[in-house]
Design a binder for this molecule. Structure first.
Ligand SMILES: Nc1nc2c(c(=O)[nH]1)N[C@H]1C(S)=C(S)[C@@H](COP(=O)(O)OP(=O)(O)OC[C@H]3O[C@@H](n4cnc5c(=O)[nH]c(N)nc54)[C@H](O)[C@@H]3O)O[C@H]1N2
Ligand SMILES: Nc1nc2c(c(=O)[nH]1)N[C@H]1C(S)=C(S)[C@@H](COP(=O)(O)OP(=O)(O)OC[C@H]3O[C@@H](n4cnc5c(=O)[nH]c(N)nc54)[C@H](O)[C@@H]3O)O[C@H]1N2
Ligand SMILES: [Mo]
Length: 754
């Protein structure tokens, strides 16, 4: 059982000795092999291995140790010496394992052999690869293709991901959601609508040329620590960072560079945020409206603030937007954002006075009911002064999984219009399906209504990452086929369908030996740069296969023979798959194998960066939000907005441990962060156990019990706790209106003792 969390002030900055201690602890707990340490030296270096943690850039001139605390944790976690073997499965039934914590399941170690679920004994039992592929192929042939979904969690590299998308379409569906559907799909849809780009418009270089960064809803210290180096450099050359976040996250406050012995010894951190604005959850539209209002006031007062030439030549809708900003009253902006007029005016002044501004954002914006509109508001602000499509400026989402952006780029998408189907027809000689496929939310709806019959997961832990788990988990077990291509055991594997397989794969740091020798794979970072990555470690078990080999073998077992489908040749030499990618996307991926080892990666380009707007109007579009608040604020007593968070001791559903060092919280994840004033108002006390119940009108009870009240500096009326423990509270239909990204940062809840 978890001890209640002991909140204590963490005095250290992000980085520094604290992060080194964090790494050493995980190295010990994860029982990393000695080879793990050698791997760290090669991490994120040209011709080396690319970190499997986040999607931050791998710069052309890497540091001696170009990795962070979390990248190091991910590597040692992958290279543990523990094994989850057939003996383990024979000792534990599925029903028994279902009672284990997420942490303990993964601690069983690396999966070492393919396994098949045996309902009679309620255990996973060994199966040969050939038997598994043949049986999966037979069942897929029997099932109606549109009743099957192929999910991907953004880790698998471009080559296996490309083949996975092609396989789905040959089989007959576009049901290709990925983790992006719970993450930055708001960006893919929202940003595309306004500037015609589904991805960020910046390159790494831009961070050396900006004068201000508006930094919203992203926690760099925890989730993408390597960004702290360029942020620190930017601050030291005078760039002003304006942070918008309900929590005063350490990484946005100060940073000690662990690569800098001078700073490590003196321990004098660099202050990061020039201004820290503790916006109410869901208050960003209002806050940005306030900033825009100030910019317009400055234009009226001083002139020359707006970039009129840019607005005239490139934009549409600015007149309506300006009228809306002028008409919106400060009292409403202050009420919804929770920020004062003076604070927002100061931020507006920084914006108006900076030549080059970058807008950076993460889940605080995307996981909201009106997340797309919040992104539209950020773009409105940037467009006012032409801050998109030139050096040192732009709109930059920070992506999550290391290749999540790349998976979308090479065709893992439920939206057929985003995929060059004509090219697929030409290259592979078949008619790709044109009917739109499932997002994750739509797949889950199909699980609930029984129309989903089959699930293949290329990585991930979907059933644990999604909303409404108490409803979804029982229905998930009615699936006829579940197949998991995975590295470690997780909760989704413990919901077997009638026929279920766990197929263990190599991790990126391991040598991937195929017929023509060791293979390189490629990945894409948040800045649309593509890198080769080669693993050199000995595989965790001789019975592992690569993700590509598994995908190709299932495809071969399922699909009829076709003269243009060469699954074995593609598996034997990944260069053949890169050639297919290059033929499918010639503008972006020409000469891919030759270019993949370019230091710093090769840039696949982005029209919006060149001010070519692939929007409906052909212009960059201003939008007028239809609400100021992404959350319907219910000010009634006892009603709160709940934010679900990550700690620095987890990677999504992989929980390394119970330390949230940067927030000064240790010992338990079953906690709810609450403002001391609210605690007193509610008649509660620190450490009291409470339950949260979702405030919804659909008659479904969604409750999580046993959460310890933990005082924290968070705006009144809001609460925070951990993902995935609180996922049962998120209603499935509570998602961004445009993209269906679950609104995990704005859940209306009530709190009660218990
Ligand atoms: N160590 C570690 N690294 C990771 C991950 C991990 O789990 N652990 N996950 C990876 C993945 S897949 C992703 S997508 C990224 C996620 O990285 P982030 O985008 O940083 O995601 P979160 O930590 O979920 O939340 C981001 C921040 O949003 C703030 N926030 C919440 N609500 C609001 C709001 O309404 N407005 C504003 N302005 N801020 C708000 C929260 O306080 C939090 O600081 O990280 C990646 N990297
Ligand atoms: N409430 C709430 N819910 C959320 C979020 C939130 O902030 N709040 N965040 C959302 C976001 S941003 C995301 S991205 C999703 C994450 O959803 P997923 O991507 O589905 O989940 P992960 O926890 O990253 O998946 C971990 C599992 O992946 C497998 N794995 C690890 N490495 C590899 C590999 O190299 N290859 C293969 N094949 N398998 C591997 C392991 O078996 C491991 O158990 O969760 C979403 N859900
Ligand atoms: Mo993510």
């Amino acid at each position: 059982m978890d001890e209640p969390a002991k909140p204590r002030n963490y005095d250290g900055a992000t980085g520094g000795w604290g992060s080194l201690k964090g790494m050493v602890r995980v190295e010990r707990d994860a029982k990393a092999s000695p080879a793990a340490l050698r791997t760290l030296a090669e991490q994120n270096k040209p011709e080396g291995y690319m970190c499997s943690s986040c999607a931050w850039a791998k710069p052309p001139n890497p540091h001696v140790a170009e990795f962070c605390e979390n990248g190091a944790k991910a590597t040692v976690w992958d290279l543990t010496s523990e094994r989850c073997t057939p003996a383990f499965f024979s000792a534990h039934s599925v029903i028994e394992l279902a009672a284990w914590s997420d942490h303990d399941l993964e601690m069983a170690g690396r999966l070492s052999e393919p396994m098949r679920y045996d309902a009679k004994t309620d255990r996973y039992v060994p199966v040969s690869w050939d038997e598994a592929f043949a049986a999966i192929g037979r069942t897929l042939q029997r099932l109606e293709p549109k009743s099957v979904t192929f999910y991907a969690s953004g880790k698998a590299a471009l080559e296996p991901s490309y083949l996975y998308g092609v396989f789905a379409r040959m089989y007959g569906h576009n049901n290709l959601p990925d983790s992006s559907n719970m993450c930055h799909e708001t960006t893919s849809v929202g940003l595309t609508k306004v500037i015609g780009s589904p991805v960020g418009t910046c390159t790494f270089e831009d961070l050396s040329h900006c004068d201000a960064i508006f930094y919203l809803g992203q926690n760099p210290g925890t989730n993408s620590p390597r960004i702290l180096h360029p942020l620190k450099d930017a601050v030291e050359r005078g760039c002003k960072i304006i942070a918008f976040n309900p929590l005063r996250e350490k990484g946005l406050l100060e940073f000690v560079d662990p690569q800098n012995p001078w700073q490590m010894t003196l321990g004098k951190p660099t202050k990061i945020a020039h201004q820290f604005l503790q916006v109410r959850p869901g208050g960003d539209i209002a806050a940005l409206m306030g900033v825009c209002k100030r910019v317009l006031e400055r234009e009226a007062r001083d002139g020359n603030v707006l970039d009129r030439a840019f607005l005239d030549e490139h934009c549409k809708g600015e007149t309506d937007f300006i009228a809306e900003a002028e008409a919106t009253g400060w009292p409403e902006i202050e009420r919804v954002s929770g920020l004062t007029r003076a604070e927002l005016e100061a931020a507006g002044d920084v914006y108006a006075e900076a030549n080059n501004v970058i807008g950076i954002y993460g889940m605080g914006l995307t996981q909201q009911v009106h997340g797309s509109q919040a992104i539209g508001m950020l773009v409105n602000l940037l467009l006012l002064r032409g801050n998109i499509g030139r050096q040192g400026a732009g709109c930059q989402p920070i992506r999550g999984h290391s290749n999540v952006q790349g998976q979308r780029t090479v065709g893992i998408s439920e939206k057929p219009e985003l995929v060059p189907l004509d090219k697929l027809r030409e290259i592979f000689g078949f008619d790709p399906p044109t009917e739109k496929g499932h997002t994750t939310v739509e797949f889950l709806e199909a699980v609930l209504d029984g129309s989903a019959k089959g699930f293949i997961g290329l990585g991930g832990n979907l059933a644990r990452a999604v909303p409404d788990q108490s409803r979804i988990h029982p229905a998930w077990r009615d699936l006829e086929l579940t197949v998991h291509i995975a590295t470690r055991l997780n909760r989704t594997h413990l919901l077997p369908g009638d026929e279920s397989y766990i197929l263990p794969c190599l991790v990126r740091a391991e040598e991937d030996m195929q017929e023509t020798g060791p293979q390189t794979v490629t990945i894409e970072d948040s800045f649309s740069h593509i890198y080769g990555s080669i693993g050199r470690r000995e595989p965790a078990s001789p019975d592992l296969k690569s993700e590509l080999a598994i995908v190709a073998a299932i495809a071969k077992a399922t699909l009829p023979h076709h003269p243009l489908w060469h699954w074995d040749e593609w598996t034997g030499d990944y260069g053949n798959v890169r050639d297919l990618i290059a033929r499918t996307y010639p503008d972006q991926f020409h000469d891919m194998s030759a270019r993949m080892n370019t230091p710093g990666g090769f840039y696949r380009g982005n029209p919006a960066r060149d001010r070519i707007w692939k929007t409906q109007s052909g212009k960059a579009e201003f939008t007028v939000p239809d609400t100021l608040s992404t959350n319907a604020i219910k000010d009634a007593a006892g009603r709160y907005t709940l934010v679900t968070l990550r700690s620095n001791d987890q990677f999504n559903t992989t929980v390394y441990g119970h330390s949230d060092r940067l927030r000064g919280l240790e010992g338990s994840r079953m906690i709810v962060l609450m403002n001391p004033f609210d605690i007193a108002q509610a008649g509660l006390e620190e450490g009291a156990l409470v339950q949260l119940e979702t405030d919804s009108e659909d008659g479904i009870k969604r409750i999580v019990r046993g959460l310890a009240v933990t005082p924290y500096d968070i705006p009144c009326g809001s609460l925070a706790g951990y993902f995935p423990e609180l996922n049962p509270l998120v209603p499935l239909d509570h998602h961004d209106r445009l993209s269906k990204t679950p609104a995990a940062k704005g859940i209306p809840v009530q709190i009660r003792p218990g």
